[in-house]
Unconditional design. Structure first.
Length: 111
């Protein structure tokens, strides 16, 4: 969990702001405000990009979940080791029987 940002309050140094003639400590404030406005606009742009990226990631996560579920379903329908062993042994048994009884089979079809 992130720590909240703490703002440290410092007492202003120098003379207090004066209203009116522009001779107070508020001189040069316009350029500083312009810089802050630029920074805020950059932050807005970055946040908009982040929102777009989050939506894209959300769609990608959904697509990934569907792909994983499909893969799991396909794997569940694959034959297991027992089926493969039984099928192989059955095939070998049929081949062995054909070899052992080949003379009888040949005789059956020649008469």
């Amino acid at each position: 969990m992130s720590r909240p940002i703490e703002f440290v309050s410092k007492k202003p140094t120098g003379r207090p702001l004066q209203s009116g003639g522009g001779d107070g400590t508020s001189d040069g404030m316009e350029p500083r405000v312009a810089v802050l406005e630029t920074h805020v606009e950059n932050i807005r742009t970055d946040v908009a990009e982040l929102k777009s990226d989050v939506k894209t990631i959300g769609r990608d996560v959904v697509d990934l979940k569907v792909a994983v579920a499909t893969l799991i379903e396909r794997v569940n329908h694959l034959p297991d080791k027992g089926f493969i062993v039984r099928a192989t042994l059955s095939g070998l048994g049929v081949i062995a029987a054909l070899i052992m009884f080949q003379d009888h089979i040949k005789a059956f079809f020649t008469h």
